[in-house]
Design a protein around this ligand. Structure first.
Ligand code: ASP
Length: 442
């Protein structure tokens, strides 16, 4: 069915019976919302614990041979509370609880344990909605290397969805070739939603969460930032890499391959438009830039040598030194006689001497040193391509705030400009950029 809408609800949207009712209203409002991907119950209040975390803790105890009855009882209480508050009387998860408890005692695996959060929640939601329950273990597959296997998944999931009217599919997990359960990384129900949308050939993938879309900038840094109404997959990739975490980063790929748009929506304010993520858009950008993201905690290895540009294999030798210490790099801006390699400080810690020694012996630099406490900021926007003076606005804004720019890197796609500033200038720089491009009238 061409009009099919796949909806994914995050943990906060399914944290208790009150939230379940909102979810049911949203699903019922549009009969094309045929396939629902559910997360495990999330936090009901700030200090609350997500069911997924309770399951990990509980399994840890079990695997350690310790008593886990009390912890397990708390998990049962969460589900039983939802079931009774929804007024469901002809349904119980007792048998499932017994199976899971037995499996914990028999070391069924950490991933199996974590996956039970979405498994049980989806059973409850399916019962409440009167939808079928489709166990992801039978339709979503990983290969021997633990990578998601689209070909095998497509073969099983596509025909299953084609003959199902309405169903709930648990997010977050699938099966390995040997039949054991494997989960995606944390937040992976987003990925399941995207896979189901692709297999259902959906018109749109709605990802329901607790914010009304993606904001232009981190609200902990800029006060009340405006939401992004539309952005492209490519822009999202750039922003996600720099720390935007509204959506799991792997969730983009399945729908992107099929050209299905994602709409990020708010379960608590369903009337809000939210953010649309699309392959391409003819929609003019509201601002020259779409979003600003950044991260602290980077280090730079600076290498200087006269005439390095004429030395064949110079770059390869530097990167070899990193490879030897099993360190990956983020960026590599270079000058005529200088080359800088930007690395996450966490990855570098403890390996500095080995790497510097290796670089020294391989390329004999004139100067070689590490600078730490660097923050990277990405200014991202498809509108930059056609606008003149973006860099001028950006650097003037930073200069006005007396922020020293230590590094500049512009991707050739003209989709982003990445700058490096000192960690302590990070927030000032982010606000200056936001004000220069978005709050222009201020
Ligand atoms: N429940 C899992 C987690 O907490 C997966 C998800 O919610 O997407 O990470």
């Amino acid at each position: 069915m061409k009009e099919t809408v796949v909806v994914k609800f995050g943990g906060s949207s399914l944290a208790d019976a009150k939230q379940f009712k909102k979810v049911a209203d949203i699903i019922n409002e549009n009969p094309n919302r045929r396939f629902v991907v559910a997360s495990a119950p999330g936090k009901r209040f700030v200090e609350d614990i997500k069911v997924t975390d309770m399951l990990y803790e509980c399994y840890e105890l079990a695997a350690d041979g310790q008593e886990f009855d009390d912890k397990f009882q708390k998990i049962k209480d969460r589900y039983n509370g939802i079931i009774s508050d929804l007024g469901i009387t002809d349904f119980t998860l007792d048998e499932e609880f017994d199976i899971i408890k037995g499996a914990f005692s028999h070391m069924a695996g950490r991933d199996y344990a974590a996956s039970r959060g979405e498994y049980l929640n989806s059973m409850v939601l399916a019962k409440y909605m009167g939808f079928d329950f489709i166990d992801a273990a039978k339709y979503i597959f990983f290969d021997d290397a633990g990578k998601f296997d689209w070909d095998k998944t497509k073969e099983k999931l596509e025909p299953k969805l084609a003959k199902t009217k309405k169903a709930v599919v648990p997010g977050f997990y699938g099966s390995m070739p040997n039949g054991t359960i494997k989960t995606f990384s944390r937040g992976g129900s987003d990925v399941t939603g995207s896979i189901v949308a692709r297999a259902a050939k959906a018109k749109i993938y709605e990802n329901w969460t607790d914010v009304s879309g993606i904001l232009i900038c981190d609200p902990r840094i800029v006060n009340n930032p405006a939401p992004i109404s539309t952005l492209t997959y490519a822009e999202l990739r750039e922003l996600a890499y720099m720390g935007f975490n509204v959506l799991h980063e792997d969730a983009v790929f399945p729908v992107r391959a099929a050209g299905i748009p994602i709409n990020i929506k708010n379960t608590n304010c369903p009337q809000d438009r939210g953010t649309f993520i699309v392959s391409e858009t003819a929609e003019p950008c509201e601002h020259i830039i779409t979003g600003i993201a950044g991260k602290k905690g980077m280090s730079v290895i600076n290498i200087e040598k006269d005439k390095m540009n004429g030395e064949i294999g110079f770059g390869r030798n530097v990167l070899r030194a990193l490879e030897k210490s099993n360190v990956s790099f983020e960026h590599m801006p270079s000058g005529v006689d200088t080359m800088s390699v930007v690395i996450q400080t966490d990855n570098l810690t403890g390996k500095e001497t080995a790497i510097l020694d290796e670089i020294r012996s391989r390329v004999h630099p004139d100067d070689l040193y590490i600078e730490s406490n660097l923050a990277l900021i990405a200014v991202v926007g498809r509108g930059m391509k056609s606008a003149r003076g973006t860099a001028a606005i950006l650097f003037k804004a930073l200069a006005d705030e007396r922020v020293n720019v230590k590094m500049i890197d512009q991707g050739s796609s003209e989709l982003n400009i990445i700058i490096g500033v000192a960690d302590e200038d990070f927030e000032i720089a982010m606000r200056a950029i936001y004000n220069a491009f978005i709050n222009v009238t201020k």
